[in-house]
Design a binder for this molecule. Sequence first.
Ligand code: NDP
Length: 282
Amino acid sequence: MSDIDGRAVAKALRAEVAAEAERLRGEGVVPRLAVVVPTDDEGTAWYVRSIKKAAEKEGVDCRIEHLKEPGRDEIVAKLQELSADDSVHGIICQTPLPEGVTLAELGWYISPYKDIDGANPESLGRLAQGRRTWAPATAAAVLELLKREDVVLEGARAVVVGRSTVVGKPAALLLVNESATVTVCHSRTKDLAAVCREADVLVAAVGRAGMIGADFVKPGATVIDVGTNPTEDGGLVGDVDYAAVSEVAGRLTPVPGGVGPVTTALLLRHTVEAAELSKTHG
Ligand code: NDP
């Protein structure tokens, strides 16, 4: 079994971002990402600082818009303001959101030209149609890892465990668009292990530590572990039982060091793509 090295993929992506950002700056366009943070959650603050640090290292400006205990209308107004601001190319809205507010509803207020984390329902619709769009960065990271590993997707059996709008569904759509034969599983799926064992490519996006055991994996399969589950000692584990599955899988992403770093790098790549697009779409 070999590890799929997400940190190495992220490094390569970030080098590409830095080159693109430099080219755009040479043309007078400073690629800029705006991150709306509608929470005082410390974990979110840490994550957002890590995005800002990564962005600025590669020449992408990052503006953090921290809203203190906002209501729905204040978040909507901020997203509309950023959507109309020509100096901003990419917009993301962090969770957790205030009680009763959903990302699906806020996503409409992010311009599709700046929706670099696929939050606008229009972006998901375009993805379903197989048209050019930005998928949510985590789902896009799944595909990026598979492509950089030269995993054959055309005709492959892929199983995605998890059907959320931010990870499972868009990951499944991306795989379908690559001509894989895709099954989407969820909490009501019967005999999950048997379904998963059919997969040449298995994607776990559930949020349950170690639930994917060796008996879920076909020998030699490629396994992408999206799950991030905090441990009592402050660490992080995936949805895959790494020790057991590494005995069976052909390739496996570790947690940490798999999907996570690629997700951050893709937010930056999508931002420079949006900056390029702004030259023709204002
Ligand atoms: P959600 O909670 O929104 O979705 C979880 C999905 O898993 C649901 O579709 C649910 O089914 C399914 N599920 C729950 N229990 C089971 C079970 N016993 N058997 C089969 N399916 C089950 O989570 P997200 O999609 O937002 O995130 C999934 C994981 O990915 C989390 O660990 C999250 O932390 C991680 N994540 C990682 C990111 C990264 O950059 N690495 C970024 C975003 C998320 P149902 O729909 O029936 O309820």
